[in-house]
Design a protein around this ligand. Structure first.
Ligand code: ADP
Ligand code: MG
Length: 338
């Protein structure tokens, strides 16, 4: 089984950044309001994601590390309407098979449930031993929520380890993953540290536009929001919101293009094409606009279960989605001045 997990890890775990992505998504799925991400040496030496989410009861810690043990799909039918970020039950066992993983959790007390207080009394921890067997659960010290610590990534798969780049490059990838998630979830406070140094410290943004804009500027550079047009257009079933900015002339800035479908960052030809078309009428010199855009549509109109890394989607009505994005942007661009 450890071997099966290592093979699956090949699909999910490419580098430290992919581990960070899976762990943060789990934390968000657990309803956290703050996240701490600690990275050492680009993440290959050690990384830890700590949240204040609902936590995992001690009797379910081992289950969380078992293959295809997701708590997020009550029925297979739910695959049609995946609301959470994770849904395959592969990430934790895969990561554990190529690292030294420790999972520590304490159930968040439910104020409405007197019994839950008892489970929340203490934290518990399981570690995955070298042979894949579980060590624990044993009592640990931890505030309500969950921490996953991953040390020595790929220590037992030298072929993968060889593909890791420099510490700086690996950390850049981690930062990009954090940035993508932090843009989509401004209401979650977030701190990112590398080798003990604070790289991002983002307070939770309440609903006010200024608070969200402050986060945009922290993540994408001072002045981003000031130089941007905000957009919020709805049609039947579809809503497009976010910000678009004109970049410095023709310099390409692929790092500043973020498109989310139902909260999930995606890369899609159809979407890129629609955006390019919309901009082509307005900006002749700038071929690479910067944007942070959120498309929302009913889950039944989009298939996210295309690839384990989950960057791809398939729209049921792709032509309609394309034209909506293009027209919504065109309309906004023709009103505002960039
Ligand atoms: P998936 O996210 O696809 O369900 P994972 O392997 O990523 O699968 O996680 C397995 C299970 O472990 C989750 O379904 C969830 O029940 C539990 N879990 C993982 N991380 C957390 C967390 N940070 N807080 C609470 N529960 C978690
Ligand atoms: Mg997951």
């Amino acid at each position: 089984d450890h071997l099966v997990n290592q093979i699956a890890a090949g699909e999910v775990v490419e580098r430290p950044a992919s581990v960070v992505k899976e762990l943060i998504e789990n934390s968000l799925d657990a309803g956290c309001t703050r996240l701490e991400i600690d990275v050492e040496q680009g993440g290959s030496k050690r990384l830890r994601v700590r949240d204040d989410g609902r936590g995992i009861p001690p009797d379910q810690l081992a289950l969380a590390l078992a293959r295809h043990a997701t708590s997020k799909l009550a029925e297979l039918a739910d695959l049609e309407a995946v609301g959470t970020l994770g849904f395959r039950g592969e990430a934790l066992p895969s990561i554990a098979s190529v690292s030294r993983l420790t999972l520590t959790s304490r159930v968040r007390p439910d104020p409405d449930d007197a019994l839950s207080d008892r489970a929340g009394d203490s934290a518990w921890e399981v570690a995955v031993a070298l042979d894949g067997r579980l060590d624990g659960p044993r009592p640990a010290a931890h505030p309500p929520g969950t921490s996953v610590e991953v040390r020595d990534l790929f220590f037992n798969t030298p072929a993968r380890r060889k593909f890791l780049r420099t510490e700086k490059t690996e950390f850049d990838h981690v930062e990009q993953v954090v940035r993508r998630l932090a843009l989509a979830r401004p209401e979650v406070a977030l701190e990112l540290r590398h080798n003990g140094r604070v790289v991002h410290q983002l307070p939770a943004a309440d609903g006010r536009p200024e608070a969200v804009q402050a986060r945009l500027d922290l993540l994408l550079g001072a002045g981003f929001s000031e130089q941007s047009l905000d957009i919020d257009v709805s049609a039947v079933d579809l809503r497009l919101s976010g910000w678009v900015r004109r970049p410095a002339f023709s310099r390409s800035q692929p790092d500043q293009q973020f498109f989310y479908v139902n909260g999930r960052l995606i890369r899609d030809r159809l979407v890129s094409h629609a955006i390019r078309q919309a901009f082509s009428d307005f900006l002749h010199q700038a071929r690479h606009p910067a944007y942070v855009l959120f498309l929302e549509l009913p889950p039944r109109l989009v298939d996210v279960n295309v690839h384990p890394a989950k960057h791809e989607v398939r729209f049921r009505e792709s032509r309609q989605v394309h034209d909506f994005i293009q027209r919504a942007l065109q309309r906004r661009l023709s009103q505002g001045s960039l």
